[in-house]
Design a protein around this ligand. Structure first.
Ligand SMILES: [Zn+2]
Ligand SMILES: [Zn+2]
Length: 450
């Protein structure tokens, strides 16, 4: 399994930099960092790690490394120092042996346990190497001090795509879009970035900007799909009822016919449905001038299933509705891309990969087409945000590596964050870090005792 992983990713700069001597016995490690809410209004930063090849419930597939209370974070030193710690950990893990020096390069105290263990194998010759950093956008921007992000005019660390209305505008998804011709290598990215904004993860062997992975949860299920699903439903109902439609008519349709179709579909397909009945507010459609966008009461998993549902809905309703063709094609392209990922293993076959990438790119193009068509209309729809651009890079990554992004998404990481958040919230602020770690350890060793 390790061999396949490193071979498939062998053309990635990160893997070349790692220069693994024993890939068959080296496990790839994913790191995840996230801000987690504790108590009501506080936050702490949680770093955890896991093996890229292991899927399963969060408590048995992820481990907490550390947590820091937001109020104790010194920007940017705290996260920078953590990057150095992770770098040391990964350098040690990559040797397969206990270290003979501590993180500051000091020898262990004479007679200490550490000194006795130094240079002995810690796992019978098995090793671990860095393979990716994961986190939502906020975490990525903060920890890696990104100067190109959704917060900036230049939105992307991989290419010159930008928010300005010039040839590099990111809203253009055509295959000849100008930004596609000039992607940045990791080395170019470093040259473009002032040294004080270099990520301290440069201390981690194998880290490159390309290993800050995009993931389906944040990019698609909490991003792109939140615009696509309500956009399709609203456009469909509006076309069906015609120009005279009033907002209250749309609201009535959402709450009744559309909602009933969703509930029936959930029952039929045995999908766990959501209890939040559709309405104008939850679809972000309180005015014609607002772009439809799902309310955050719809969680990532629900939104993912809505991708499938909306295609079924449009198929069932596709009778004499004006301009239904592109909406149907759009929802088909997205649903099938998701489906190809869902039914595949950690790596896609050549054929599946080609189809998924083709459909994903078609989806983006169709969406852009609808968005452009909508510009003169007073009923706004088809908003494009930087996450659509991330989705494009995610597809390019799939194209390069055949990696199934479903194997890298953050669902279980987020679940661990939830659990840590719950534990931390039940502790006293003064002892939160220590008590949380102890309770987390007890949870691993004895099961859920709290
Ligand atoms: Zn996360
Ligand atoms: Zn880009």
């Amino acid at each position: 399994m390790n061999n396949e992983y490193w071979t498939r990713l062998g053309h990635e700069e990160s893997v070349k930099l790692l220069d693994l001597k024993d890939p068959a016995r080296t496990f790839p490690i994913f790191w995840h960092a996230d801000g987690v809410r504790v108590y009501k209004h506080q936050k702490c930063w949680v770093y955890s790690y896991s093996c890229a090849l292991k899927k399963g419930p969060s408590l048995s597939s992820k481990l907490l490394l550390l947590l820091v209370r937001e109020t104790l974070v010194v920007k940017p030193s705290t996260h920078d120092r953590i990057g150095e710690v992770v770098g040391w950990i990964q350098r040690v893990l990559q040797t397969g042996k206990y270290p003979d020096k501590d993180i500051n390069g000091q020898s262990w105290p004479v007679g200490s346990r550490e000194e006795r263990l130094a240079n002995l194998e810690f796992a019978g010759g098995y090793k671990c190497a860095f393979s990716a950093f994961k986190g939502d956008w906020e975490a990525r921007v903060l920890i890696h001090k990104l100067q190109r992000s959704y917060n900036h005019i230049n939105i992307c660390e991989h290419c010159p795509a930008c928010k300005s209305n010039n040839a590099f505008n990111y809203r253009n998804f055509s295959p000849d879009a100008a930004y596609l011709d000039v992607s940045f290598t990791h080395a170019q990215y470093l040259v473009m970035t002032p040294p004080e904004f270099h990520s301290s993860w440069l201390n981690v062997p194998g880290w490159t900007k390309d290993r800050n992975l995009e993931d389906l949860l944040h990019v698609l299920h909490q991003g792109v799909a939140c615009f696509v699903v309500p956009g399709l439903v609203c456009a469909h109902v509006e076309a069906k009822l015609g120009d005279g439609i009033r907002l209250q008519d749309l609201g009535f349709e959402l709450e009744n016919r559309v909602w009933k179709h969703y509930k029936a579909w959930c029952r039929r397909t045995k999908v766990a449905g959501c209890g939040h009945r559709f309405n104008l507010t939850r679809f972000g459609r309180e005015q014609w001038g607002y772009y439809p966008e799902l309310h955050s009461c719809y969680k990532a998993y629900t939104v993912k299933m809505l991708i499938y549902w909306v295609y079924a809905f449009l198929c069932d309703e596709d009778r004499n509705v004006p301009n239904s063709g592109n909406r149907l094609r759009l929802s088909y392209a997205l649903a099938k891309t998701q489906w190809l990922f869902d039914r595949s293993g950690p790596f896609l076959t050549r054929q599946v990969k080609d189809e998924a990438v083709y459909l994903g790119l078609s989806f983006l193009l169709l969406y852009q087409f609808l968005a452009v068509e909508n510009i003169p209309q007073h009923k706004r729809n088809w908003k494009i945000v930087p996450k659509f651009h991330s989705f494009l890079h995610l597809l390019q990554y799939v194209k390069r590596t055949s990696r199934n992004p479903r194997w890298e998404h953050c669902y279980q990481d987020e679940d661990l964050m939830k659990q840590i958040g719950n534990i931390a919230s039940s502790t006293h602020p003064f002892t939160m870090d220590k008590v949380t770690c102890n309770r987390y350890r007890a949870l691993l060793e004895f099961g859920d005792v709290f």
